[in-house]
Design a protein around this ligand. Sequence first.
Ligand code: SF4
Length: 473
Amino acid sequence: MSIHEECGVFGVISPQPGDVGRLAYYGLYSLQHRGQESCGIVVNDDGVFASHKDLGLVGEVFGRETLARLPRGTMAVGHTRYGTTGASVRSNCQPIEVNHQKGRMALAHNGNLSNAARLRDALELSGAIFHSTSDTEIIAYIVTKERLSTPSIEDALSAAMDRLEGAYSLVLMSPQKLICARDPHGFRPLCYGKMEDGTYVAASESCALAAVGAEFVRDLEPGEILVFSKGGVVSRREHCGKVEPAPCIFEYIYFARPDSVIDGVSVHTARLRAGEILAKTYPVQADVVVGVPDSGLDAALGYSRTSGIPYGIGLIKNKYIGRTFIAPGQDHRLDQVKIKLSAVRDSVAGKRVVLVDDSIVRGTTSGRIVSLLREAGASEIHLRISAPPFLNPCYYGTDIDSRDNLIACHHTVEEIAEIVGADSLGYLPVEQLGALIGKGCCCDACFTGRYPTPIPMDTRKDRFEQKLSEKRS
Ligand code: SF4
């Protein structure tokens, strides 16, 4: 699987000054799976902001000394990034900090604006100068502009939301308030919880609330703005119910951690259901069910429970391969998949294996995993995929970016089975996607082409960098 997650956001507001930076650090550790390019934390110490951001994993960017240098405070905002607009460079690290006429603001964003190019053009024509190539700076610009004519930062955010299209789960910090917002479709998750001492915590996924000892309170509704301040929590719903909710179904299949609960549905349970559906739809005589770590494991368990075929640990993932892993070049005829994954010979040798994975993008990785199991002695390999075939790009914060790269756009299921070397292949039927979460309202555009918003003309991740170099030439 080579699709990347989008980003993780985290925010904390405490009644008393304390080590909120460290809370954000633990929260970001739990959200590391959502973005491994860069990360950052901004602490609010009585209206004075202090920050640290850089390229790298949370554990690389925040050492003991860096954490100790963050001041105590009452609020903090954190971010882990995988960029879907703008290159992986330091200037695109988040949270973004802005000093504006009415104060200052730090902003962390998960998602992708589908009208970013149009908004940026309009802002540049009105004199705006951008310091980054990420779409988050566009949001920051619009909010600060609206702040000039609105009585509060939450009013400015609400006015900005009238102009934003696409996916955005936001955590915004002003000198006095922590504000969270989820776009009206609710593409990306966002929830909040409370600690015993009255500290409120907001995060992309509930697993980050659990990590800092906060009790989950609830998810934000699509379109909702939540304002945390000394005065308590205020919910604003003027953007709720304007459009049909469309939370990303692929969060459940692949992006989110299985111990998270999103919009009332456990990610683990959704994956078990996918396995059950695959077992009922594509039964096969086999000896063992093996999941591809990590996100294929829960669906493999579901397949095993429903089919009665024993579950086995057939593949082991090297946990220590991260962003800094240097892929083998031409000089070393090494298979990258073999460095990341290895087969457990005892589990698969001489056996008919049901192999469960979360998706097939180009087919290259699936083909290598199938080979790995064959080399370990598997006699048959029946590949089951807990998602339908990818047929369309995603414009809402993932890097499913071009039909050219999607094998299912160019080959039938039978052809794909042959290409990856499997004895049979079955994808989750697209009409069963709703069954994973027990409701029909979700975004499934990368499988169906039914986009909940107008789609942009130019979707390249580096479109703003390209534009800059065109201007120079
Ligand atoms: S297009 Fe696919 S990956 Fe993107 S938000 Fe929709 S379901 Fe999720």
